[in-house]
Design a binder for this molecule. Structure first.
Ligand code: 13P
Ligand code: SF4
Length: 345
C-alpha cells in the first residue's frame, strides 16, 4: 500500500454513460425524497466522487445521519458509531473518507493508523465531544478513587486516552456490566448514562453533557405524534431526555432502530433522532410511512457532496492524532471492541 500524499491531485475523468445510467437506478430509490432538479445538480458530483474513489483506492464510511444523497449514492459502508469503528479497523483501502463528525474520523484513525483518514469538513464537531476535557476526568478520578471511567465514543481522542474504556449507545450497558466495580464514572452524556443506570445495579457517576439535537425532543412531542398518527411506532435514541424514552416504544442506537424497523415493519414510524436517518429509512422502506422529525444535526450537515469530492481530489483534511494520545485512546476503544454485545436481532 502506498499512502497518497497531499497535493497529488487527480483530475476527474469524464463520467462514462454507463455510470450515469447506474445513477438513475439510485435515483429511483431517492425520487420521493429528492426533486428531479436537485438530483440533476447532484448527479455529476456523485459520478465524479465514484470515479475518484476508484482512482484513489478510497472507501467512504457514512454515519446513519448523513444526507440521503451521501448515504445512498456514494457511501460504501454505513452504520452507527460502533459499526463504523469496526469497519474502520478492517478497511483494506489506501484512503478512508469519514462522512460523519470529527470524533468518528479520529476513531477510524486510531483503529487503522496506517491509512490516510480524511474528513470532508474538520469543523464537523459534536456537542457531547466538546462537553468534557481530560482535566475534568482527572478531577473526577480524584473525587471517586478506584471508580473506572467509561467514556462514550462521542469524545475527543484526548478524552478517550484519559478513560479506561469506551462505549457507544449500542453497547453501553454491556460495557458497564463488564467492569469489576460497583461504582462507575460514565461520561459525558447524562441521558445515555441515566438510561444505562436504569438497566444495571451499578452506581453511575454522571456528567451533564447533552446532545444538542436529541435534547430538543420532548415527551409532549411524542404524545402529540401518537394523537395525530394513531398506531405510530415510536423509536428513540438514548441521547433523548428520560421522559422521551419513557414515552417511546423502543430505545436503541441508530443501528438498533434500523434493525427494529426492519424486523417489525410497522405501518407508521416516528424516529426521535436526527432527521436524515428518518429520510434514509424512508428510501429503504418505501412501504412504511415515516413521520419525519424536524431536528437536524448541524455538524453532520457540514458534510456535503462537493466537500467529499474536494477532499478526494486534493486529499484535504487528513486526521492526525498525537502518537502518545493515540496509543492510550486506542486501548480504550479496543477494550470496548473486545466486549461481546448480545445478539439483538
Ligand atoms: P449511534 O452510535 O447510535 O449511531 O449515535 C451516534 C450519534 O452521534 C447519535 O447522536
Ligand atoms: Fe453529536 Fe448530537 Fe450531532 Fe450526534 S446528533 S453528532 S451526539 S451533536
Amino acid at each position: 500500500m502506498t499512502i497518497p500524499v497531499r497535493g497529488d491531485a487527480i483530475a476527474d475523468p469524464a463520467p462514462a454513460p454507463a455510470a450515469m445510467e447506474e445513477l438513475e437506478t439510485v435515483y429511483e430509490r431517492l425520487r420521493p425524497l429528492i426533486p428531479r432538479a436537485e438530483w440533476e445538480a447532484h448527479a455529476p458530483v456523485i459520478a465524479a466522487i465514484r470515479a475518484q474513489k476508484r482512482q484513489r483506492r478510497a472507501v467512504i464510511l457514512a454515519h446513519n445521519y448523513q444526507a440521503p444523497e451521501i448515504f445512498h449514492a456514494v457511501a460504501d459502508l454505513t452504520g452507527d458509531s460502533l459499526a463504523l469503528a469496526r469497519e474502520a479497523a478492517a478497511v483494506d483501502a489506501d484512503v478512508i473518507v469519514m462522512c460523519g463528525v470529527h470524533f468518528m474520523a479520529e476513531t477510524a484513525k486510531l483503529l487503522n493508523p496506517s491509512r490516510l483518514v480524511l474528513i470532508p469538513d474538520p469543523e464537523a464537531g459534536c456537542s457531547l465531544a466538546s462537553a468534557i476535557t481530560p482535566g475534568e476526568i482527572e478531577r473526577l478520578r480524584r473525587q471517586y478513587p478506584g471508580a473506572p471511567v467509561v467514556t462514550y465514543v462521542n469524545t475527543s481522542a484526548a478524552v478517550k486516552a484519559a478513560s479506561d474504556i469506551c462505549c457507544t449507545s449500542a453497547n453501553a450497558v454491556e460495557v458497564v456490566e463488564s467492569l469489576d466495580a460497583d461504582r462507575v464514572i460514565f461520561l459525558p452524556d447524562e441521558y445515555l448514562g441515566r438510561h444505562v443506570a436504569s438497566r444495571t445495579d451499578k452506581e453511575l457517576i454522571l456528567w451533564q453533557g447533552h446532545c444538542e439535537v436529541h435534547e430538543q425532543f420532548s415527551a409532549a412531542d411524542l404524545v402529540r405524534c401518537r394523537r395525530e398518527h394513531p398506531g405510530v411506532f415510536i423509536l428513540a435514541h438514548p441521547e433523548c431526555p428520560p421522559d422521551v424514552l419513557a414515552e417511546a416504544d423502543f430505545t436503541g442506537s441508530t443501528a438498533d432502530m434500523i434493525r427494529e424497523v426492519d424486523r417489525r415493519r410497522p405501518e407508521r414510524v416516528f424516529l426521535a433522532t436526527e432527521i436524515s436517518m428518518s429520510r434514509n429509512l424512508a428510501a429503504e422502506f418505501p412501504g412504511i410511512r415515516f413521520i419525519h422529525p424536524c431536528h437536524a444535526c448541524p455538524h453532520m450537515q457540514r458534510i456535503t457532496l462537493p466537500g467529499i469530492l474536494e477532499c478526494l481530489r486534493s486529499l484535504r483534511h487528513p486526521v492526525e492524532v498525537d502518537p502518545l494520545v493515540a496509543a492510550r485512546a486506542r486501548l480504550a476503544v479496543e477494550r470496548m471492541l473486545d466486549i461481546r454485545v448480545r445478539e439483538k436481532r
